[in-house]
Ligand binder design. Structure first.
Ligand SMILES: Cc1cc2nc3c(=O)[nH]c(=O)nc-3n(C[C@H](O)[C@H](O)[C@H](O)COP(=O)(O)O)c2cc1C
Length: 177
């Protein structure tokens, strides 16, 4: 199964999760993995499974932060990618032939309070007509300025990846929200 893993992030946690998922993807076939600006859509030719992820910022992903005037200072301080994964997804052809899964990194706490970029990305992919093979997943970082995955989260990402690729191979779509 040919897989593409596309992520964004400014501090490395989402990249770390993407690399863990890529290690499992490699067991199942060829894999391309990279930040959103490194993977032009043309590279998706022949891809059967797409994994998209990034940090939760202000309850969702950067695209939504960017849309909010009051968050201009956040953009100045953190220099996020201008378009982010959401912008990248906007250019996907409708009804792409691949199935997909989404993840985010975020601080610990209730999803309803912390928000989740993975759910926003999940919905964006579903609107494009992708089959989402699993529920959106969040991997937790230590609270504070420097993002670092919490203890046990690397292992959890690894187990998630195993389960996700099993489902992707059998193409089981799930519906959330
Ligand atoms: C400006 C900003 C806003 C954030 N907003 C949230 C949030 O709403 N919910 C949350 O759980 N974490 C939030 N965080 C923590 C980030 O999710 C965390 O730093 C992120 O997972 C780091 O990912 P990265 O290392 O891939 O950049 C925020 C962080 C920043 C810098």
């Amino acid at each position: 199964m040919r897989t593409a893993i596309v992520y964004e992030g400014t501090q490395g946690s989402s990249a770390a999760v993407a690399r863990i998922i890529a290690a499992e993807a490699a067991v199942h076939g060829p894999v391309i993995v990279g930040e959103v600006h490194e993977i032009p859509l043309a590279e998706l030719d022949g891809v059967e499974f797409l994994v998209v992820g990034g940090p939760t910022h202000h309850w969702e992903d950067w695209a939504d932060v960017a849309r909010t005037q009051s968050s201009a200072h956040v953009l100045r301080d953190f220099h996020p990618p201008t378009d982010g994964v959401r912008g990248w997804l906007d250019h996907l052809p409708p009804r792409p032939s691949f199935s997909a899964a989404t993840f985010d990194t975020r601080e610990p706490g209730l999803r309803v309070l912390n928000g989740t970029a993975a759910l926003a990305l999940y919905r964006a992919l579903r609107r494009r007509g992708c089959h989402l093979v699993t529920r959106p997943a969040s991997f937790l970082v230590k609270p504070g300025q420097m993002s670092e995955l919490m203890e046990g989260e690397q292992e959890r990402a690894s187990s998630w990846a195993v389960q996700v690729f099993r489902r992707a191979e059998h193409h089981h779509p799930v519906r959330v929200g």
